[in-house]
Design a binder for this molecule. Structure first.
Ligand SMILES: [Zn+2]
Length: 274
């Protein structure tokens, strides 16, 4: 599932492909349920003829301000990808939606499982529930992390998945951040010590920075068709594999029904407990 680094990779890909400044034709929507607001008819009419002024990201959402203070908001869902190709080129499989551009190309929303989302709104925040801080912004500090966790008793892994706590983290990078910081995923957030919280902050920033850098390098190396999914984490995600730090076999847990890999030696369950 695309998380912050994958969505940022998509944003950088679209910018480098020259989306900003282009004018959309009438999009072709083949799976109506992707469009949440307004109606499909109004969405098509509202996108057609409007120019893309910019492309921004908030958490896992892409936000394209258009003419007339309208915003196209996109969410890639579980399996979504965006690609810009010449309109007369053979489309890849599973293209669900097509946005023609005024230069003979088109933006294709490839979405095998059809869990992507589209909106056209005058206020992009209407597409998303309350969002926490952006973890790669300088304003995201140790103190901010402490504040958003708010002394809650829930397992730290579960809280990291809440977009209202930290925007853009998902299952893979939450596991990686906890691994890097040596914190057991089921630790109650309110039992984390100041030094553990500081390590966790660093772990989140480190995991996301390493992966956004890996995507940047892959875009350069494989342009114009860069990868949309790398595996730039260090915690192995399969049974029988060894922790790269201590060689203990990694273990699988389910935290709030999400697969959670951790190293029982590097991430002991009682570290820091009083
Ligand atoms: Zn280990």
């Amino acid at each position: 599932m695309p998380e912050l680094p994958e969505v940022e990779n998509t944003r950088q890909y679209l910018i480098r492909s020259g989306l900003v400044g282009r004018q959309f034709g009438a999009p072709e929507i083949t799976w109506a349920r992707t469009v949440h607001e307004p109606s499909v008819g109004e969405f098509i009419e509202g996108v057609a003829g409007r120019r893309v002024a910019d492309l921004m990201r908030r958490g896992k959402y892409l936000i394209a301000p258009l003419d007339d203070e309208q915003y196209l908001v996109l969410h890639l869902g579980m399996t979504g990808r965006l690609r810009i190709h010449d309109s007369d080129s053979e489309p890849p499989p599973m293209v669900r939606h097509t946005f023609p551009l005024d230069d003979g190309r088109e933006m294709r929303f490839i979405d095998p499982r059809k869990f992507g989302h589209l909106w056209l709104l005058s206020d992009p925040s209407d597409a998303m529930s309350k969002m926490g801080p952006e973890p790669l912004e300088p304003a995201f500090t140790d103190e901010v992390l402490v504040e958003v966790l708010g002394g809650r008793k829930a397992p730290i892994k579960a809280l990291l998945l809440e977009q209202s706590v930290v925007a853009g983290l998902g299952n893979l990078y939450a596991d990686e951040a906890l691994f890097v910081s040596g914190i057991h995923p089921e630790r109650a957030a309110n039992t984390l010590t100041a030094s553990e919280l500081s390590r966790l902050h660093e772990g989140i920033v480190d995991a996301l920075t390493r992966s956004t850098n890996a995507y940047a390098a892959a875009r350069d190396a494989e342009w114009p068709d860069p990868p949309t999914a790398l595996s730039p984490w260090t915690i192995p995600r399969a049974a029988g594999l060894a922790c790269p730090r201590c060689s203990t076999e990694v273990q699988l847990l389910r935290v709030r029904n999400r697969s959670t890999w951790y190293c029982p030696s590097c991430q002991p369950s009682d570290a820091g407990a009083v």
